[in-house]
Design a protein around this ligand. Structure first.
Ligand code: ATP
Length: 322
């Protein structure tokens, strides 16, 4: 294999740049040429492609976002769109594609590989950490720390004013960020999409902690919690907790940005490099992940439509410690 393409796709996550850098620099050691595809599958279809050298990826390991840019692309969901993409790859004599993104990105890559005989490798990068086949995904640790720092700050003001704070963190389908930031931030209650939330239980738990001389309280809620998120829950709680000042804080997109943590940079470097190595060994349609501190390959088709299990022991721990 002499020429490979690389793109970032779907939601951006801190560490994508470190993965891109690792792809380019590892490829150099194997005498492969790397073509950078900007704006994900959209850029592939539109031929937004340039050659990159190891020098071009200097000084990006520490940067959040993605210098390759990302995009969502509906055209790539169609056979016609993927045919256009395959023709662009053929025009550039690109023999294989490394896709850095989430399960949607991998689903698209799998269709492309099956329809056009192109080798594809997936590198898991999403702040939600919701991909099976890797203990953590690139960007998760940074998002976790960003959310935790915000929660620490909210805790200060909650304590100063005896307030009840409902903090909503990202996670439409998965509660990893809520669970771990909730524990790290000492939340009194954590609500996740993975477990049904009974509003009467929430009221009872809050009453319990607030009766213990505690005048402030912090609830961490994943945006995909079945009650409909922090704003909805605050409406339900207000009548019963009128003597407390209640505030809602939706952390939103701050959780996507920022310089990647050391852990994310190392993970991204390992996975970006592994993606090139396994391509060189002849693999295709696999995702590179890290499981128990070892690089592991998972067939791409096993990564989508599957739910990664949350550790319910941690939820129990949070209850014990509140
Ligand atoms: P994140 O987890 O951050 O949302 P993702 O990779 O899952 O990342 P998606 O928006 O689901 O993000 O997918 C990215 C792109 O992959 C889509 O815009 C589309 O171009 C392509 N894609 C997603 N699903 C499919 C599919 N079923 N078939 C073909 N292409 C797809």
């Amino acid at each position: 294999m002499k020429k490979i393409g690389v793109l970032t796709s779907g939601g951006d996550s801190p560490g994508m740049n470190a993965a891109f850098r690792a792809v380019v620099r590892t490829a150099k050691t194997l005498n492969m040429e790397v073509m950078a595809i900007r704006h994900g599958y959209k850029g592939l279809i539109e031929d937004d492609i340039t050659k990159v050298t190891p020098h071009d990826v200097s000084n990006i390991i520490q940067r959040g976002g993605t210098v390759l840019k990302s995009a969502r692309c509906d055209e790539f969901r169609t056979k016609e769109g993927r045919e256009k993409a395959a023709n662009v790859l053929k025009k550039h004599k690109i023999e294989a594609l490394i896709t850095i993104g989430g399960d949607g990105t991998f689903q698209g890559a799998t269709h492309l590989a099956n329809e056009h005989d192109i080798n594809v490798i997936g590198v898991p990068a999403t702040i939600d950490n919701d991909l099976v086949g890797s203990d953590e995904t690139i960007g998760y640790d940074t998002a976790l720390n960003t959310a935790m720092e915000a929660i620490d700050k909210i805790r200060d003001t909650a304590d100063a004013h005896d307030r009840l704070f409902l903090v909503e963190v990202m996670g439409r389908d998965a509660g990893f960020i809520a669970l771990e930031t909730g524990i790290a931030g000492g939340a009194e209650l954590i609500l996740l999409p993975e477990s049904l939330t009974d509003i009467d239980d929430v009221k009872a738990s809050l009453n319990e902690v607030l009766s213990e001389q505690r005048r402030s309280s912090l609830v961490v809620i994943a945006e995909g919690d079945d009650t409909g998120g922090a704003l909805k829950i605050s409406e339900e709680l207000k009548p019963d907790f009128s003597k407390y000042e209640m505030r809602v804080c939706i952390l939103g997109h701050v959780q996507r940005g920022g310089n990647p943590t050391a852990r994310d940079r190392v993970l991204a470097s390992r996975l970006g490099s592994a993606a090139v190595s396994v391509l060189n060994e002849g693999h295709s349609q696999v995702m590179v992940g890290v499981v128990n501190n070892k690089v592991k390959l998972t067939p791409l088709k096993m990564t989508f439509g599957k739910k990664k299990d949350i550790n319910f022991d941690l939820l129990e721990l949070a209850k014990t410690l509140r």
